[in-house]
Design a protein around this ligand. Structure first.
Ligand code: PMV
Length: 361
Protein backbone atom coordinates (compact mmCIF):
# COMPACT_ATOMS: atom_id res chain seq x y z
CA UNK A 1 0.00 0.00 0.00
CA UNK A 2 1.22 3.48 -0.78
CA UNK A 3 2.10 5.04 2.57
CA UNK A 4 0.66 8.45 1.75
CA UNK A 5 -2.57 9.57 3.35
CA UNK A 6 -3.41 6.55 5.49
CA UNK A 7 -5.78 7.31 8.36
CA UNK A 8 -6.85 5.28 11.40
CA UNK A 9 -10.33 5.07 12.86
CA UNK A 10 -8.83 6.58 16.05
CA UNK A 11 -8.03 9.77 14.08
CA UNK A 12 -11.75 10.49 13.85
CA UNK A 13 -12.89 12.45 16.89
CA UNK A 14 -16.27 13.55 15.53
CA UNK A 15 -19.13 11.27 14.62
CA UNK A 16 -22.35 11.59 12.61
CA UNK A 17 -25.36 9.32 12.21
CA UNK A 18 -26.19 10.62 8.76
CA UNK A 19 -25.79 13.52 6.39
CA UNK A 20 -25.31 14.70 2.81
CA UNK A 21 -22.40 16.32 0.97
CA UNK A 22 -22.77 17.69 -2.55
CA UNK A 23 -19.91 18.69 -4.85
CA UNK A 24 -19.68 19.66 -8.48
CA UNK A 25 -16.48 18.80 -10.29
CA UNK A 26 -15.42 19.45 -13.88
CA UNK A 27 -14.01 17.31 -16.65
CA UNK A 28 -10.56 18.13 -18.06
CA UNK A 29 -8.84 17.92 -21.44
CA UNK A 30 -5.24 16.72 -21.56
CA UNK A 31 -2.71 18.72 -23.59
CA UNK A 32 0.06 16.18 -22.97
CA UNK A 33 -1.66 12.82 -22.79
CA UNK A 34 -1.49 10.10 -20.17
CA UNK A 35 -1.50 6.76 -21.96
CA UNK A 36 0.07 3.77 -20.22
CA UNK A 37 0.27 2.99 -16.51
CA UNK A 38 1.76 0.72 -13.84
CA UNK A 39 -0.02 -0.68 -10.80
CA UNK A 40 -1.68 0.97 -8.98
CA UNK A 41 -2.65 3.83 -11.29
CA UNK A 42 0.90 5.18 -11.61
CA UNK A 43 1.23 6.97 -14.95
CA UNK A 44 3.93 5.80 -17.37
CA UNK A 45 4.48 9.45 -18.35
CA UNK A 46 3.54 12.86 -16.95
CA UNK A 47 0.49 14.67 -18.33
CA UNK A 48 -0.95 18.18 -18.18
CA UNK A 49 -4.50 19.41 -18.75
CA UNK A 50 -6.93 22.30 -18.85
CA UNK A 51 -9.67 21.97 -16.27
CA UNK A 52 -13.00 22.67 -17.94
CA UNK A 53 -15.80 24.87 -16.69
CA UNK A 54 -19.14 23.75 -18.14
CA UNK A 55 -18.69 19.99 -18.58
CA UNK A 56 -19.11 18.79 -15.03
CA UNK A 57 -20.65 16.23 -12.71
CA UNK A 58 -22.69 16.98 -9.61
CA UNK A 59 -22.55 14.26 -6.97
CA UNK A 60 -24.53 14.00 -3.73
CA UNK A 61 -23.20 11.60 -1.16
CA UNK A 62 -25.77 10.72 1.49
CA UNK A 63 -24.37 8.63 4.33
CA UNK A 64 -25.85 6.60 7.18
CA UNK A 65 -23.85 5.13 10.06
CA UNK A 66 -23.99 1.32 9.81
CA UNK A 67 -22.13 -1.73 11.10
CA UNK A 68 -21.21 -2.68 7.55
CA UNK A 69 -20.23 -0.84 4.40
CA UNK A 70 -22.64 -0.70 1.47
CA UNK A 71 -23.67 1.67 -1.32
CA UNK A 72 -26.13 2.28 -4.15
CA UNK A 73 -25.74 4.64 -7.12
CA UNK A 74 -28.10 6.54 -9.40
CA UNK A 75 -27.14 8.50 -12.51
CA UNK A 76 -29.59 11.23 -13.54
CA UNK A 77 -32.14 9.71 -11.16
CA UNK A 78 -31.93 6.21 -12.70
CA UNK A 79 -30.54 3.20 -10.84
CA UNK A 80 -27.23 2.28 -12.41
CA UNK A 81 -26.38 -1.32 -11.58
CA UNK A 82 -23.86 -1.25 -14.47
CA UNK A 83 -21.73 1.31 -12.55
CA UNK A 84 -21.63 -0.81 -9.40
CA UNK A 85 -18.67 -3.11 -10.25
CA UNK A 86 -16.40 -0.12 -11.05
CA UNK A 87 -17.45 1.74 -7.89
CA UNK A 88 -17.05 -1.44 -5.80
CA UNK A 89 -13.44 -1.80 -7.03
CA UNK A 90 -12.88 1.90 -6.31
CA UNK A 91 -14.16 1.59 -2.73
CA UNK A 92 -11.97 -1.49 -2.18
CA UNK A 93 -8.91 0.43 -3.37
CA UNK A 94 -9.54 3.45 -1.13
CA UNK A 95 -10.86 1.75 2.01
CA UNK A 96 -7.47 1.73 3.81
CA UNK A 97 -6.93 5.42 3.10
CA UNK A 98 -10.44 6.37 4.27
CA UNK A 99 -11.21 3.70 6.89
CA UNK A 100 -14.47 5.36 8.03
CA UNK A 101 -16.00 4.01 4.80
CA UNK A 102 -16.33 0.60 6.48
CA UNK A 103 -18.84 2.03 8.95
CA UNK A 104 -21.25 3.75 6.55
CA UNK A 105 -23.89 3.03 3.95
CA UNK A 106 -23.73 5.51 1.03
CA UNK A 107 -26.32 6.69 -1.48
CA UNK A 108 -24.49 8.24 -4.42
CA UNK A 109 -26.57 10.42 -6.73
CA UNK A 110 -24.77 11.78 -9.73
CA UNK A 111 -25.69 13.81 -12.80
CA UNK A 112 -23.70 15.39 -15.63
CA UNK A 113 -24.17 18.75 -17.31
CA UNK A 114 -23.12 17.28 -20.65
CA UNK A 115 -25.42 14.96 -22.59
CA UNK A 116 -25.26 11.43 -21.19
CA UNK A 117 -24.01 9.69 -24.31
CA UNK A 118 -22.02 12.54 -25.82
CA UNK A 119 -18.78 10.57 -26.04
CA UNK A 120 -17.41 12.84 -23.31
CA UNK A 121 -15.94 10.68 -20.58
CA UNK A 122 -17.57 11.36 -17.22
CA UNK A 123 -14.98 9.39 -15.25
CA UNK A 124 -12.71 12.41 -14.53
CA UNK A 125 -15.55 14.64 -13.33
CA UNK A 126 -17.51 11.82 -11.68
CA UNK A 127 -14.67 10.26 -9.71
CA UNK A 128 -13.20 13.60 -8.67
CA UNK A 129 -16.64 14.68 -7.35
CA UNK A 130 -17.05 11.43 -5.40
CA UNK A 131 -13.48 11.63 -4.02
CA UNK A 132 -14.14 15.18 -2.82
CA UNK A 133 -17.38 14.17 -1.07
CA UNK A 134 -15.56 11.33 0.72
CA UNK A 135 -12.55 13.47 1.70
CA UNK A 136 -14.84 16.25 2.94
CA UNK A 137 -16.62 13.70 5.16
CA UNK A 138 -13.22 12.60 6.48
CA UNK A 139 -12.36 16.23 7.25
CA UNK A 140 -15.62 16.62 9.21
CA UNK A 141 -14.74 13.46 11.18
CA UNK A 142 -11.21 14.77 11.76
CA UNK A 143 -11.22 18.59 11.67
CA UNK A 144 -7.42 18.67 11.98
CA UNK A 145 -7.28 17.99 8.23
CA UNK A 146 -6.67 21.30 6.47
CA UNK A 147 -8.40 22.32 3.24
CA UNK A 148 -5.12 21.97 1.38
CA UNK A 149 -4.65 18.43 2.72
CA UNK A 150 -8.24 17.62 1.77
CA UNK A 151 -7.62 18.72 -1.82
CA UNK A 152 -4.41 16.76 -2.15
CA UNK A 153 -5.93 13.64 -0.65
CA UNK A 154 -9.00 13.97 -2.89
CA UNK A 155 -6.66 14.10 -5.89
CA UNK A 156 -4.83 11.00 -4.61
CA UNK A 157 -8.14 9.16 -4.04
CA UNK A 158 -9.65 10.26 -7.38
CA UNK A 159 -6.54 8.93 -9.17
CA UNK A 160 -7.28 5.46 -7.84
CA UNK A 161 -10.67 5.55 -9.59
CA UNK A 162 -9.54 7.10 -12.87
CA UNK A 163 -6.05 8.49 -13.47
CA UNK A 164 -7.15 11.64 -15.26
CA UNK A 165 -9.65 12.39 -12.45
CA UNK A 166 -6.78 13.45 -10.16
CA UNK A 167 -6.25 16.49 -12.42
CA UNK A 168 -9.90 17.64 -12.08
CA UNK A 169 -9.48 18.53 -8.39
CA UNK A 170 -7.77 21.82 -9.29
CA UNK A 171 -8.79 24.66 -11.58
CA UNK A 172 -6.72 26.18 -14.38
CA UNK A 173 -3.84 24.09 -15.71
CA UNK A 174 -2.92 20.92 -13.82
CA UNK A 175 -0.02 18.47 -14.10
CA UNK A 176 0.14 14.88 -12.91
CA UNK A 177 3.18 12.60 -12.89
CA UNK A 178 6.84 12.89 -12.07
CA UNK A 179 8.46 15.58 -14.20
CA UNK A 180 10.84 18.48 -13.98
CA UNK A 181 8.27 21.16 -14.72
CA UNK A 182 7.61 21.86 -11.04
CA UNK A 183 9.22 20.52 -7.89
CA UNK A 184 5.85 19.47 -6.41
CA UNK A 185 4.78 17.23 -9.34
CA UNK A 186 3.94 13.71 -8.28
CA UNK A 187 2.80 10.37 -9.66
CA UNK A 188 0.25 10.20 -6.83
CA UNK A 189 -1.75 13.41 -7.21
CA UNK A 190 -2.30 16.40 -9.50
CA UNK A 191 -0.60 19.76 -8.99
CA UNK A 192 -1.75 23.23 -10.04
CA UNK A 193 0.61 24.69 -12.61
CA UNK A 194 1.73 28.23 -11.82
CA UNK A 195 3.15 31.09 -13.89
CA UNK A 196 0.44 30.92 -16.52
CA UNK A 197 0.49 33.56 -19.26
CA UNK A 198 -2.75 35.65 -19.19
CA UNK A 199 -3.77 34.44 -22.68
CA UNK A 200 -4.51 31.05 -21.10
CA UNK A 201 -6.66 32.41 -18.26
CA UNK A 202 -9.83 32.25 -20.33
CA UNK A 203 -8.77 29.83 -23.08
CA UNK A 204 -11.65 28.25 -24.98
CA UNK A 205 -12.42 24.59 -25.64
CA UNK A 206 -15.25 24.00 -28.09
CA UNK A 207 -16.04 20.30 -28.25
CA UNK A 208 -17.39 19.07 -31.57
CA UNK A 209 -19.53 15.98 -30.94
CA UNK A 210 -18.59 13.77 -33.86
CA UNK A 211 -19.69 10.46 -32.44
CA UNK A 212 -21.82 10.21 -29.36
CA UNK A 213 -21.64 6.41 -29.09
CA UNK A 214 -19.85 4.44 -26.42
CA UNK A 215 -16.12 3.93 -26.98
CA UNK A 216 -15.26 0.60 -28.61
CA UNK A 217 -12.13 0.18 -26.47
CA UNK A 218 -12.06 1.44 -22.89
CA UNK A 219 -9.17 3.60 -21.62
CA UNK A 220 -8.11 0.90 -19.16
CA UNK A 221 -7.72 -1.63 -21.98
CA UNK A 222 -5.82 0.99 -24.00
CA UNK A 223 -3.46 1.80 -21.11
CA UNK A 224 -2.80 -1.94 -20.72
CA UNK A 225 -1.73 -2.25 -24.35
CA UNK A 226 1.15 0.16 -23.73
CA UNK A 227 2.84 -2.55 -21.62
CA UNK A 228 3.81 -4.55 -24.70
CA UNK A 229 3.84 -1.66 -27.15
CA UNK A 230 6.77 -1.59 -29.61
CA UNK A 231 6.97 2.23 -29.45
CA UNK A 232 6.30 2.64 -25.72
CA UNK A 233 9.79 3.86 -24.74
CA UNK A 234 9.88 6.45 -27.51
CA UNK A 235 6.35 7.60 -26.67
CA UNK A 236 7.10 8.10 -22.96
CA UNK A 237 10.26 10.01 -23.88
CA UNK A 238 8.27 12.20 -26.27
CA UNK A 239 5.62 12.99 -23.61
CA UNK A 240 8.36 13.98 -21.14
CA UNK A 241 9.94 16.30 -23.70
CA UNK A 242 6.56 17.76 -24.69
CA UNK A 243 5.53 18.57 -21.14
CA UNK A 244 8.82 20.41 -20.53
CA UNK A 245 8.45 22.39 -23.74
CA UNK A 246 4.79 23.12 -23.03
CA UNK A 247 5.56 24.49 -19.56
CA UNK A 248 7.68 27.25 -21.15
CA UNK A 249 5.00 27.86 -23.79
CA UNK A 250 2.38 28.25 -21.04
CA UNK A 251 4.57 30.76 -19.22
CA UNK A 252 5.40 32.77 -22.32
CA UNK A 253 2.08 32.55 -24.19
CA UNK A 254 3.79 31.27 -27.35
CA UNK A 255 0.65 30.18 -29.21
CA UNK A 256 2.35 28.83 -32.36
CA UNK A 257 4.34 26.36 -30.27
CA UNK A 258 1.23 25.60 -28.23
CA UNK A 259 -0.62 24.49 -31.37
CA UNK A 260 2.30 22.35 -32.51
CA UNK A 261 2.80 20.54 -29.19
CA UNK A 262 -0.90 19.98 -28.55
CA UNK A 263 -1.55 18.54 -32.01
CA UNK A 264 1.58 16.35 -31.84
CA UNK A 265 0.24 14.91 -28.60
CA UNK A 266 -3.27 14.24 -29.96
CA UNK A 267 -1.92 12.45 -33.01
CA UNK A 268 0.69 10.53 -30.97
CA UNK A 269 -2.04 9.24 -28.64
CA UNK A 270 -4.05 7.90 -31.56
CA UNK A 271 -0.92 6.60 -33.30
CA UNK A 272 -0.29 4.47 -30.20
CA UNK A 273 -3.79 3.01 -30.53
CA UNK A 274 -3.32 2.27 -34.21
CA UNK A 275 0.01 0.51 -33.59
CA UNK A 276 -1.07 -1.54 -30.55
CA UNK A 277 -1.65 -5.29 -30.73
CA UNK A 278 -4.54 -5.68 -31.20
CA UNK A 279 -4.70 -2.36 -33.06
CA UNK A 280 -7.72 -0.12 -32.94
CA UNK A 281 -8.84 3.28 -34.19
CA UNK A 282 -11.17 5.57 -32.24
CA UNK A 283 -11.46 8.48 -34.61
CA UNK A 284 -14.05 8.56 -37.40
CA UNK A 285 -13.98 9.96 -40.96
CA UNK A 286 -15.59 13.19 -39.68
CA UNK A 287 -12.80 13.57 -37.10
CA UNK A 288 -10.29 13.61 -39.97
CA UNK A 289 -12.46 16.00 -42.02
CA UNK A 290 -12.49 18.46 -39.12
CA UNK A 291 -8.73 18.23 -38.57
CA UNK A 292 -8.07 18.96 -42.25
CA UNK A 293 -10.54 21.87 -42.28
CA UNK A 294 -8.82 23.38 -39.23
CA UNK A 295 -5.40 23.04 -40.86
CA UNK A 296 -6.70 24.74 -44.04
CA UNK A 297 -8.27 27.48 -41.92
CA UNK A 298 -4.96 28.08 -40.13
CA UNK A 299 -3.19 28.49 -43.44
CA UNK A 300 -5.52 31.29 -44.54
CA UNK A 301 -6.04 33.06 -41.19
CA UNK A 302 -4.04 34.23 -38.21
CA UNK A 303 -6.12 32.26 -35.76
CA UNK A 304 -4.21 30.09 -33.28
CA UNK A 305 -6.70 27.27 -33.39
CA UNK A 306 -5.45 23.89 -32.14
CA UNK A 307 -7.13 20.53 -32.40
CA UNK A 308 -6.91 17.90 -29.72
CA UNK A 309 -8.57 14.54 -29.19
CA UNK A 310 -9.35 12.46 -26.17
CA UNK A 311 -9.68 8.68 -26.39
CA UNK A 312 -12.61 9.02 -28.79
CA UNK A 313 -13.83 10.60 -32.03
CA UNK A 314 -14.89 14.01 -30.69
CA UNK A 315 -12.69 16.97 -31.52
CA UNK A 316 -11.69 19.64 -28.99
CA UNK A 317 -10.92 23.03 -30.53
CA UNK A 318 -8.59 25.07 -28.31
CA UNK A 319 -8.16 28.80 -28.93
CA UNK A 320 -7.80 32.17 -27.20
CA UNK A 321 -11.04 33.92 -26.16
CA UNK A 322 -10.14 36.89 -28.41
CA UNK A 323 -10.54 34.62 -31.46
CA UNK A 324 -13.92 33.18 -30.52
CA UNK A 325 -15.90 34.98 -33.18
CA UNK A 326 -13.70 33.68 -36.02
CA UNK A 327 -13.76 30.13 -34.66
CA UNK A 328 -17.55 30.06 -34.14
CA UNK A 329 -17.92 31.35 -37.66
CA UNK A 330 -15.71 28.50 -38.97
CA UNK A 331 -17.73 25.96 -36.94
CA UNK A 332 -21.08 27.22 -38.20
CA UNK A 333 -20.05 27.49 -41.85
CA UNK A 334 -17.72 24.48 -42.29
CA UNK A 335 -17.55 22.13 -39.33
CA UNK A 336 -21.09 21.74 -38.03
CA UNK A 337 -21.97 19.27 -40.77
CA UNK A 338 -19.38 16.86 -39.38
CA UNK A 339 -20.99 16.88 -35.90
CA UNK A 340 -23.64 14.32 -34.95
CA UNK A 341 -26.98 16.21 -35.06
CA UNK A 342 -24.96 19.43 -35.47
CA UNK A 343 -24.05 19.35 -31.77
CA UNK A 344 -21.12 21.05 -30.07
CA UNK A 345 -20.37 22.33 -26.56
CA UNK A 346 -18.69 25.68 -25.87
CA UNK A 347 -16.49 25.29 -22.83
CA UNK A 348 -13.46 27.12 -21.45
CA UNK A 349 -10.84 26.83 -18.75
CA UNK A 350 -12.52 26.72 -15.34
CA UNK A 351 -11.79 27.25 -11.67
CA UNK A 352 -12.20 23.68 -10.49
CA UNK A 353 -14.65 21.89 -8.19
CA UNK A 354 -17.06 23.47 -5.71
CA UNK A 355 -18.73 22.31 -2.53
CA UNK A 356 -22.43 23.02 -3.16
CA UNK A 357 -24.00 22.10 0.17
CA UNK A 358 -23.64 19.85 3.17
CA UNK A 359 -25.66 18.76 6.19
CA UNK A 360 -24.69 16.56 9.14
CA UNK A 361 -26.81 14.98 11.88
O1 PMV B 1 -8.18 8.48 -16.77
P1 PMV B 1 -8.33 7.41 -17.78
O2 PMV B 1 -7.85 6.08 -17.28
O3 PMV B 1 -9.73 7.36 -18.33
O4 PMV B 1 -7.37 7.74 -19.00
C1 PMV B 1 -7.50 8.92 -19.74
C2 PMV B 1 -6.60 8.93 -20.89
C3 PMV B 1 -6.77 10.10 -21.85
O5 PMV B 1 -7.99 10.75 -21.64
C4 PMV B 1 -6.77 9.55 -23.26
C5 PMV B 1 -5.62 11.08 -21.74
C6 PMV B 1 -5.59 11.96 -20.52
O6 PMV B 1 -4.48 12.25 -20.08
O7 PMV B 1 -6.65 12.40 -20.06
Amino acid sequence: MEHYFTSNLEDYNHSFESGTIRYESPSNIALVKYWGKHPVQIPANPSISFTLDKCKTTTSLTFYKRKQFGFCITVDGQNKASFEPKITVFFELIMDYLPFIRTFYFEIETSNTFPHSSGIASSASGLSALALCLCRLEQKLNPKITNQELQKKASFIARLGSGSACRSIYGGIVAWGQSEIQSDCSNYWGTSVDNIHPVFHNYQDTILLVDKGKKEVSSSVGHGMMNQHPYATARFKQANANILALKTVIEEGDLNSFVEIVETEALALHAMMMTSRPYFMLFKPNTVEIIHSVWQFRKRSNVNLAVTLDAGANVHLLYPASQKEDVLNLINTELIGFCENGQYICDNIGNGPMLLNEAYA
